[in-house]
Design a protein around this ligand. Structure first.
Ligand code: ZN
Length: 432
């Protein structure tokens, strides 16, 4: 009996450490290079240890072999702009009392389900829960990075009333620097500043204060990023040393002066998070995998209740941002990937990928933005590409997204930090 248990233990140990050789897939590396047709790669100890063509990569004796002929493999996605932890997905409820550790973990699992390996909460984490989850990654869930509490004028930062008390309200050079010092002490991953008057309804952070925030952040070796709306603010932020924009310019088409300014600051990045222009049948189908039918119906009814004028306003708002994204793309601006999601968690990553293609980027450019570039922006060296030494975070697709970006939704398997996500079990638990 003892000997038999010992044999089983040995077999389990061997299995746990055995390398796996995946062969035959079309492989999208994530760095914009041409896909490797008929690829082979090895995952060992949750890392890629070899990547190349089938036949060129040999696995050690005892390696598990997985045939992926006909499939496409791409790096797991990275969403560099979210506001997770607040929404109760089953009911759609979100309010000043709904932020919780359970919600945040649930959302990170939903991201993993849809192929996302890491996400960046942008200034709406009210307490230390996000820092704690960052330090202790949840198995089977996306990694979390956080801007902690962002900053704006008092009660005038984030767009939603329930988030406004979370932000630091800054009014002087001294309290701006104090807020940044607190974030640095907590080792926030970035400093977030809202620069927006919300269509004239609130006070906007003046240049003197955002310059203080940027300066203090840089003294701590932190980067500062801005939520923007207006072209003129974006120009002044570029002149002031901002490191990234968490939105596109939204009030008008960008001009040549702005593009010239950006050329002088080539490391500045942007997460486009294009606005909602309506939810398609394909989107509802994707959402239905993880959202209960009653909640999907509520969202469908809300969509159907929109007037033609409301739809046109949304479409115009999308179009100006799409034109600006196309200009950035043509100019070689550093485009990362973000959804700005709080309530639409996971599925809308794929909506955003499709929207960026609609704006004129190629599927390869969009995938690179959502993998390599976003990993760089989040300083996640282990993620973003499928290459030797990187963490084994990848998606197996049933169809080629380079031919049609809608194929990122045809997910066969997701692996996060080497482990396969049990998508069927998650789906069942969320939709029961
Ligand atoms: Zn945001």
């Amino acid at each position: 009996m003892i000997r038999r248990l010992f044999a089983i233990a040995l077999a389990l140990a061997a299995n746990a450490s055995a390398a796996t050789l995946y062969e035959g897939a079309r492989l999208i590396v994530g760095d914009g290079s041409a896909a490797i047709e008929n690829s082979a790669f090895i995952v060992d100890n949750n890392r890629f240890t070899a990547v190349g063509r089938k036949g060129q990569i040999q696995a050690a004796a005892g390696a598990v072999r997985v045939d992926l002929t006909g499939k496409t493999v791409m790096p797991a996605l990275i969403d560099a702009h979210t506001h997770l932890g607040w929404a109760v997905i089953n009911t759609g409820r979100i309010d000043k009392d709904t932020y919780s550790r359970d919600n945040l973990i649930d959302h990170l699992r939903r991201l993993a389900y849809y192929g996302v390996a890491a996400t960046f909460n942008m200034g709406t984490d009210p307490n230390d829960v996000a820092y704690d989850i960052r330090a202790n990654p949840v198995p089977g869930a996306a990694l979390l990075r956080t801007a902690g509490r962002g900053m704006g004028m008092p009660n005038a930062g984030p767009g939603q009333a329930y988030w406004r008390p979370v932000a630091y309200g800054i009014t002087t050079d001294a309290d701006t620097r104090k807020a940044v010092d607190e974030l640095a002490a907590k080792k926030a991953d970035i400093v977030k500043i809202w620069v927006d008057d919300r269509n004239g309804t609130v006070q906007k952070v003046p240049p003197a204060l955002y310059r203080a925030a940027i300066d203090e952040a840089h003294k701590h070796g932190l980067r500062a990023v801005a939520h923007i709306y207006y072209l003129e603010d974006a120009k002044e932020l570029l002149r002031s040393g901002i490191d990234g924009f968490m939105h596109l310019v939204r009030d008008r088409d960008v001009d040549s002066e702005f593009m010239q300014l950006w050329k002088q600051h080539p490391n500045v990045f942007v997460t486009p998070n294009l606005p909602d222009k309506g939810t398609s049948e394909a989107d509802f189908a994707l959402m239905s995998e993880t959202v209960p039918a009653a909640e999907v119906k509520r969202l469908r009814d809300a969509e159907a209740a929109q007037t033609a004028a409301e739809k046109k306003t949304a479409r115009d708002f999308f179009d100006v941002q799409a034109r600006n994204l196309a200009k950035f793309n043509a100019a070689g601006v550093r485009i990362a990937f973000g959804t700005d999601s709080s309530r639409t968690v996971g599925w809308d990553v794929h909506q955003e990928l499709a929207d960026m293609v609609l704006a004129g980027m190629t599927p390869m450019q969009v995938i690179t933005a959502a993998t390599k570039t976003s990993a760089e922006v989040m300083k996640l060296d282990q993620l973003g590409t499928i290459a030797k030494g990187k963490s084994a975070d990848f998606i197996v697709l049933d169809a080629n997204p380079l031919e049609n970006i809608m194929n990122t939704r045809r997910i066969s398997k997701v692996f996060v930090r080497g482990a396969e996500i049990d998508r069927a079990a998650l789906r069942a638990s969320w939709t029961k």
